[in-house]
Write a new protein. Sequence first.
Length: 317
Amino acid sequence: MFPSEYTPTGTEQSRFSPADILFKYLAFLPLFIVSLAVCIGGGLLYLRYTTPVYESSVEMLVLSGERNPVYGKQGDIVERALYGPRDINMNNEITKLRNVKVVERAVRKHGFHIQYFMEGSIITRNITGRCPYVLQPVLIRDSSRSYKVKFTGLSREGYFLKEGQEKTRKMGWDDTISVEGSLFKLIPPAPREGLTLNNEVYIGTWMHPEDRATEILKILSIYSANPRTTILSFLLRNDNVNVGKSILNALVQEYILNSVETKNSASDLTVTFIADRLDSLSRELRGIDQWVQDYRDANEVLDVNEQATLNSDRLIA
């Protein structure tokens, strides 16, 4: 037989005072302190040696852009009265924004395809927008690949170019850097006399703008939060919050410029079509006038004005 479990009665339970319960759990206090210290230490190590990821967001109001030149209101006034304003297809607008060519134009204009990093003993941080030095491409032999330049020991005279793990080469500010056949130049902040020795290790990278645009599209989300509105939300996750904001602002500006250019192209096509049509109608009218004149000459048909003049002369005579 199994031994029966002992269940204390209410009188026995009342013998345990709050102090007894406190001393009972105090026996586990060292284990609790050690667990708390391990959790806090792990969290601090994670924050210290893990690359942070930031979220940048912006919202944009999309308008139809249809305006009546007389009344200054959207769309045709009769059409609006009968059918209401035209709906905007937000999926089409999102597709326009996610076009690689649109993003590539923004990348080229703002130089997002050149990035800067600071190399540490454990972690490498993205310092694009905060690096005082500029990596300028002089000649790109193969634009289908990316290039990386690592430098340190920056001073007024120049810097040290790191080649491999241990090898370094002294460079002047006017020297060009050769990386697998392509040439780059490192531009220091002006004036150079104010530069002090900086032993931090910097990395400058270059990639083709189209490749960088594809990379941006992978971390970019564009969506309509409310289907009843024409507001688009942009969300971008990356390791540099300033670069994220700059990319989103550049994309919005590029979308506006692209919309204006699209409307201008449509207007130019319309004007060209009207001009061609007017020219065609003019040629047709001239042909009809010539045909009428040939018919008159062949059949000796007088013009109405000439016939009226002739009749008047006969009556006078």
